[in-house]
Design a protein around this ligand. Structure first.
Ligand SMILES: Cc1ncc(COP(=O)(O)O)c(C=O)c1O
Length: 393
């Protein structure tokens, strides 16, 4: 079977062969448990985990003892938000006040649904609406703060439309008010200038499979001093990861995540220039050749690998057929119900019709100019061939 050209790097990225290579020994000869302290198998695994922890920490400007390995950004988000707010919700610690949590209406479900769950548990939750470009402003965050606000979580960059939030400004407000700040940086890590210490971030989630590493591994940064952020674990049963995330460590995955971070640290800026120029070219050409097409998200404050187009008066089915041969997303791959209009697109003001006639193109490290040429040619052809819907149908 001929595989389509892969242009869905916001859903997941292929593993960099250099990452697979360093992982390989930890499946076979170096299979030890990193917690085994009485023999070389354990010592070698432990050493590999230590190196990986340093590689992750270095990429985000943290200390290595502030990195907790998890199964990915979904778990990191849950652990950060529920683990922190549990300090105010646990029956034995219950305070007079109901805690208030601030997040946004365009978070990935791994934060959005945590907010919904907290509401069911009796927490006060504010979902801030983005502007029409998908941004949450620092002033909006400031205005939403209440005396009982205990945690704020705003995503660094959106997975569907690529908009980047003013994270440093939001973090500044949280610091002024003494409220811990979490950010879901699954799409942003390695693509934006990011230093948790300089930017005053308390909690940050990341995932390996968005940065050319393996699936099923990620990390949560938890600030350890000035002040220390206390997370109550929701799984118990071992002392791994300082007891915050117990369970035998996924050594090959951790080694792979470490290497993925190391590669970004070394090569991220050249990679950015190459992909950004492909992005600009594709956006310019599609908008020039497809009347009625619009770019969703912010024109400049956006991830350099994300392009989201909506096509007015286009039937989504014709449109999907015309683009066969391209592995792109016609709705968020992270969403389970692909035929419903995306809540992210709706929250920036798109009609159902326009939200359904939307594609997301995710460029990446292995995208070639020829892939881009093919995508452009197919989009333009699809757009000129399909029967456009009449206005108001
Ligand atoms: C912004 C964002 N957060 C969280 C996730 C979930 O990450 P993971 O697949 O590692 O659980 C994703 C991935 O789809 C994402 O794009």
């Amino acid at each position: 079977m001929k595989m389509p050209v892969y242009l869905d790097n916001n859903a997941t990225t292929p593993i960099d062969p250099r990452v697979t290579e360093v992982m390989q020994p930890y499946f076979n000869e170096q299979f030890g448990n990193a917690s085994s302290s009485s023999h070389a198998y354990g010592w070698n695994a432990k050493k590999a985990v230590k190196i990986a922890r340093e590689q992750v920490a270095q990429l985000i400007g943290a200390d290595s003892d502030e990195i907790i390995f998890t199964s990915g950004a979904t778990e990191s988000n849950n652990l950060a938000i529920l683990g922190y707010l549990f300090n105010f919700l646990c029956p034995t610690k219950i305070t007079e006040e109901v805690p208030h949590f601030i997040t946004s209406a365009i978070e990935h479900k791994a934060v959005f649904e945590v907010g919904e769950r907290l509401k069911e548990w009796g927490c006060e939750v504010t979902f801030l609406d983005p502007d029409s470009l998908g941004r949450i402003s620092a002033e909006q965050v400031r205005a939403a703060i209440r005396p009982n606000t205990k945690l704020i979580s705003i995503m660094w960059a959106n997975n569907e439309i690529g908009t980047i939030n003013p994270i440093e400004e939001i973090s500044q407000i949280c610091q002024e008010k003494g409220i811990p700040f979490h950010t879901d940086a699954a799409q942003a890590v390695g693509k934006v200038g990011l230093n948790v210490k300089e930017m005053g971030i308390d909690l940050l989630s990341l995932s390996a499979h968005k940065i050319y590493g393996p699936k099923g591994i990620g990390a949560l940064y938890i600030k350890r001093k000035d002040p220390e952020i206390k997370i109550t674990p929701f799984t118990v049963g071992g002392s791994q990861e300082r007891g915050i995330r117990p369970g035998t460590l996924n050594v090959p995955g951790i080694v792979g995540l470490g290497m993925a971070c190391q590669i970004l640290q070394n090569e991220g800026s050249q990679e950015k220039e190459r992909i950004k120029s492909m992005q600009s070219h594709l956006i310019k050409e599609v908008l020039a050749h497809c009347p009625g097409a619009q770019l969703n998200g912010h024109p400049t404050e956006r991830l350099y690998n994300n392009i989201s187009f909506s096509f007015s008066r286009v039937h989504p089915e014709d449109f999907a057929l015309g683009l066969s041969g391209l592995a792109i997303s016609s709705s968020s791959a992270c969403s389970s119900n692909a035929s419903a209009p995306s809540y992210v697109l709706k929250s920036i003001g798109l009609s159902d019709e326009l939200a359904l006639a939307t594609i997301r193109i995710g460029l990446g490290r292995f995208t070639q100019q020829s892939d881009l040429d093919l995508a452009l040619q197919k989009i333009i052809k699809m757009h000129s061939n399909i029967k456009h819907l009449e206005p108001n149908t």
